[in-house]
Design a protein around this ligand. Structure first.
Ligand code: AHR
Length: 341
């Protein structure tokens, strides 16, 4: 190989390394990626950095798809997307990355409710509006975010308690002792705090409701199955399982069945679930799950509408609560067909 050729090869390799180092410097080192290369012709696109908290559930996948389908080039957006894999530090790094890239908007779904004041102050100082998606953040100064699009988790928890009151009344067992086990989602997330708080608000009215255990099962099927295997041994007399998402419900039912317990409308253990994804709604229809409190992940268009309003200088609300329903065997069949997730 001639000296000139060898030099060209070395320079070429150095350039490739530099390109990789440049791209990696934009990532959080764990999971972020740049969705596309922005070109000069993209200058009129609205640049949005989205920090999703993870991919722990069917619900979360639907939420991610919803926002990715709404914030497209065709709709006028240039999207940067990052998955924090349930780690708050990854979300903070992603948000800082979006600030340094001077995005027009930051959208993020806070994995926990607290711990955001510093990074959101940095976003505010950089004059980047922050939109909370799905979960809430508890910050000292609520001007650190412009709006939240998501669910009323406290109301969801209350709906669960109110369904149980009605069920016990209808069965003529309203005043009987009732043993309840709760599988919570990640402790400290607004979904857990809201659903636990709402359910407790109703449970507190009933001295005969015994909450035997409240166990964190991470919003995942595998953890719920593992926890329910232990719980059913310890509390074989449980009457009700409140499971704060469908993924955990699937694991809990498997563990209960393994232990010889049946679930649902004619079963040994009543099952109250949250989310209302299609697979769970089919189980409601079959009577395996008694009730599913919907948490609506289809928030992408709401977020796009908020951004378009902000672009026009319009006033927006501090919170947009998405439409949600409660599904039982009585009403579920007419909705299963249209469910996309
Ligand atoms: O914040 C919404 C909750 O998070 C959903 O209920 C759950 O499935 C998800 O992981």
């Amino acid at each position: 190989m001639s000296k000139k050729l060898a030099l060209s090869v070395v320079i070429g390799l150095c350039l490739i390394c530099l390109v990789f180092m440049f791209l990696f410097s934009f990532s959080d080192g764990v999971s972020s990626y740049i969705s596309d290369e922005k070109t000069v012709t993209d200058d009129n696109l609205i640049m949005v950095g989205v920090s999703q908290l993870g991919s722990e559930s069917v619900w979360r996948t639907a939420n991610t798809e919803s926002v990715q389908n709404a914030l497209t080039r065709e709709n006028g957006y240039f999207l940067l997307f990052s998955n924090a894999r349930q780690i708050q530090e990854n979300q903070i790094k992603a948000i800082r990355g979006f600030i340094s890239q001077k995005v027009d908007y930051i959208v993020f779904s806070p994995v926990t409710e607290t711990g955001w004041d510093t990074v959101l102050t940095e976003a505010k100082e950089a004059k980047i509006p922050v939109i909370l998606m799905d979960r809430a953040a508890d910050v000292d100064d609520d001007s650190l975010y412009v709006t939240r699009v998501g669910s009323d988790m406290h109301s969801e928890g209350k709906q669960a308690g109110m369904w149980l009151e009605e069920e016990l009344r209808n069965k003529g067992t309203f005043d009987d002792e009732i043993n309840i086990v709760v599988l919570t989602g990640n402790k400290g997330s607004s979904a857990e705090i809201g659903r636990s708080g709402g359910f407790h608000e109703i449970a507190a009215k009933h001295d005969n409701w015994n909450i035997l255990a409240e166990v964190d099962a991470d919003f995942t099927t595998s953890k719920a199955k593992e926890e329910m295997r232990k719980l059913v041994k310890k509390y074989p007399d449980m009457d009700v399982v409140v499971s704060q998402n469908d993924d955990m419900t699937f694991g809990a039912i498997e563990a209960l069945n393994e232990a010889g317990k049946t679930t649902g409308v004619n079963g040994d253990v009543k099952i109250i679930s949250f989310d209302a994804c299609k697979e769970a709604l089919i189980m409601v229809e079959k009577g395996i799950i008694n009730v599913d409190i919907e948490c609506n992940p289809l928030q992408g268009n709401y977020i796009s509408n908020v951004i378009k309003s902000l672009e026009k200088g319009e006033t927006i609300q501090k919170e947009y609560i998405v439409d949600e329903m409660v599904f039982t065997q009585d009403n579920v069949s007419e909705y299963i067909g249209e469910r996309t997730y």
